[in-house]
Design a binder for this molecule. Structure first.
Ligand code: URA
Length: 425
C-alpha cells in the first residue's frame, strides 16, 4: 500500500477499508508514514468525514498501538470519566472521590491542559509532592486499597494518539468529530474501565460550538464504547461560561475543596451531584440526589480525596494552603444589572496569559495565578460590586484590565444557563 493512494481515496470522498486504516495507523506509529502525509489525510477527513465503520476501525487501530490496562484484579464495576475540554473544569477532582466514597472504584488516567482548556494533571500537580506517575501495578494496588487513583496517562497507552493529537494541534485538524471520537475513545478503551461517563462540552469555549455537533460527537462516542462492551453515557454540558468560579490550577483545587466542604455555589454543587448519580448508575448503584449531596458536603468525598492525595505522596498541609499569587486585583461592575455573558474562551485565554495554562506543550506553568469569578451568568450586580478577582504574579497592565472588563457583559436580561443540556445514552 502507499499513503498517497489512501490520502487520494479519502480526498475523493471514498471509504478506506479496515486493512487500509490499520496500515496507515501502524505505518504512522512505526515512522514509515511521515507527518506530512498523515496531516494531509487528517485534512481530507476534515472535508470528507468518515463512516461509522471507518471511525470504529480507526479507534481500534489506535487502541492496538499501545498497552491495554487490565483492571480485572480490582473488584466491582470500574468507572472512568472524560471531558472533551473545558475552562475551569475541576469536575474530576470532586466527582472521582465522590463516586469512590460510595464504594465504586475509580481508576482514572487524566491529561494536561493545552491552550485555553485546563487539565486535571496540572491541577493535581499544584499540590506539593503529588505523584502523577505510577506503575500499572501501583495504580491497581492503590485502587484495590482505597478505591481511587488519578494518574497521568502512561506513555505506552495509545501511542498513535500522542503523535496524531500533536500533529492535529498544529495543522488545524483538531475539531473533527471522527478524529475527536477515536482519540477520546481509544484512550478510554485502552484504560480498561467497564463504565465510562463522557462530558461533551458545547459552546464558544469548547471544540463543539453547536448542540447538534455536540450531539453527533456524543452519539459517536457512546456507540464506540457500547460496541466494545463498555457501558457508556454522554452528557452534553454548557461551556458558554467557565465551570464553577475558578480558573487556574491552585485556585481550582481550592474551589474543589470548598465544594467538598459544602461551601460553594449551589449550581456547581448540584451539577456535580447529577454527574455522580449517572456515574454511580453506570456502576449499578441507583442513589438519590439527596444522599449524593450529603456525601459531597458532609466530608465523605473530601476524606476520600485527602486519602488519595496522601497515597500519591501529596502534602495535606500544602493541599489546603491559599494561592500565593503576589497580586490580587478586584474587578468591579461598571453599572447595575445582571451578568449576561462570561465567555469561557476569552477568560481561558486570559488565564493562560497569566501563566495558568500553556500556549505550547513545553511552556511551564504558574500554578498560583488565575481568576475567581465572584459573580456568574444570571447573578445580579450593583455598580462597584466585585465581579471577579484576578490572581497574578505580574502586575496587570491597563490594557489587560480593559480587555478583561470588556468580556464581563452586564445587561438587564437575567439568563440562567443550565449546566447539563442533554443526556445521550
Ligand atoms: N480530547 C481528546 O482527548 N482528543 C481530542 O481529539 C479532543 C479532545
Amino acid at each position: 500500500m502507499r499513503a498517497v493512494d489512501l490520502i487520494q481515496k479519502k480526498r475523493d470522498g471514498f471509504e478506506l477499508t479496515t486493512e487500509e486504516i490499520n496500515w496507515l495507523i501502524d505505518g504512522y506509529v512505526s515512522g514509515q508514514v511521515p507527518d506530512y502525509q498523515m496531516a494531509a489525510w487528517a485534512m481530507a477527513v476534515y472535508f470528507k468525514g468518515m463512516s461509522t465503520r471507518e471511525t470504529s476501525d480507526l479507534t481500534m487501530a489506535m487502541v492496538a498501538t499501545g498497552d491495554q490496562i487490565d483492571l480485572s484484579a480490582i473488584e466491582g464495576i470500574k468507572t472512568d470519566k472524560h471531558s472533551t475540554g473545558g475552562v475551569g473544569d475541576k469536575v474530576t477532582l470532586i466527582l472521582a472521590p465522590l463516586v469512590a466514597s460510595f464504594g465504586v472504584p475509580v481508576a482514572k488516567m487524566s491529561g494536561r491542559g493545552l491552550g485555553h482548556t485546563g487539565g486535571t494533571l496540572d491541577k493535581l500537580e499544584s499540590i506539593k509532592g503529588y505523584q502523577i506517575e505510577r506503575t500499572q501495578e501501583e495504580f491497581i494496588k492503590q485502587v484495590q486499597d482505597i478505591g481511587i487513583s488519578v494518574i497521568g496517562q502512561s506513555n505506552q497507552l495509545v501511542r498513535a494518539d500522542k503523535l496524531l493529537y500533536a500533529l492535529r494541534d498544529v495543522t488545524a485538524t483538531v475539531d473533527i468529530i471522527p478524529l475527536i471520537a477515536s482519540s477520546v475513545m481509544s484512550k478510554k478503551i485502552a484504560a480498561g474501565a467497564d463504565a465510562i461517563l463522557l462530558d461533551v462540552t458545547v459552546g464558544e469555549g469548547a471544540f463543539m460550538k453547536t448542540i447538534d455537533e455536540a450531539e453527533e460527537l456524543a452519539q459517536t462516542m457512546v456507540d464506540l464504547g457500547k460496541a466494545v462492551g463498555r457501558k457508556t453515557v454522554a452528557v452534553i454540558t454548557d461551556m458558554r461560561q467557565p465551570v464553577g468560579q475558578a480558573i487556574g490550577n491552585r485556585l481550582e483545587v481550592l474551589e474543589a475543596l470548598d465544594i467538598m466542604k459544602g461551601q460553594a455555589r449551589e449550581d456547581v454543587t448540584h451539577f456535580i451531584c447529577e454527574l455522580a448519580q449517572m456515574m454511580l448508575s453506570l456502576a449499578g448503584k441507583n442513589i438519590d440526589l439527596e444522599t449524593i449531596h450529603d456525601h459531597l458536603v458532609n466530608g465523605k468525598a473530601l476524606a476520600k480525596f485527602e486519602e488519595m492525595v496522601v497515597a500519591q505522596g501529596g502534602d495535606l498541609t500544602d493541599l489546603h494552603r491559599q494561592s500565593s499569587a503576589e497580586f490580587i486585583t478586584d474587578i468591579k461592575a461598571d453599572r447595575d444589572g445582571f451578568i449576561e455573558a462570561l465567555p469561557a474562551l476569552e477568560f481561558g485565554l486570559f488565564a493562560m496569559r497569566l501563566g495558568a495554562g500553556r500556549a505550547v506543550k513545553t511552556d511551564s506553568l504558574d500554578y498560583e495565578s488565575g481568576i475567581v469569578f465572584v459573580k456568574k451568568i444570571g447573578d445580579s450586580v450593583s455598580k462597584d460590586e466585585i465581579v471577579a478577582k484576578i490572581y497574578s504574579n505580574q502586575k496587570l497592565t491597563e490594557n489587560l484590565l480593559t480587555e478583561f472588563k470588556k468580556n464581563v457583559k452586564i445587561g438587564m436580561t437575567k439568563n440562567q444557563p443550565k449546566e447539563i443540556v442533554k443526556i445521550i445514552s
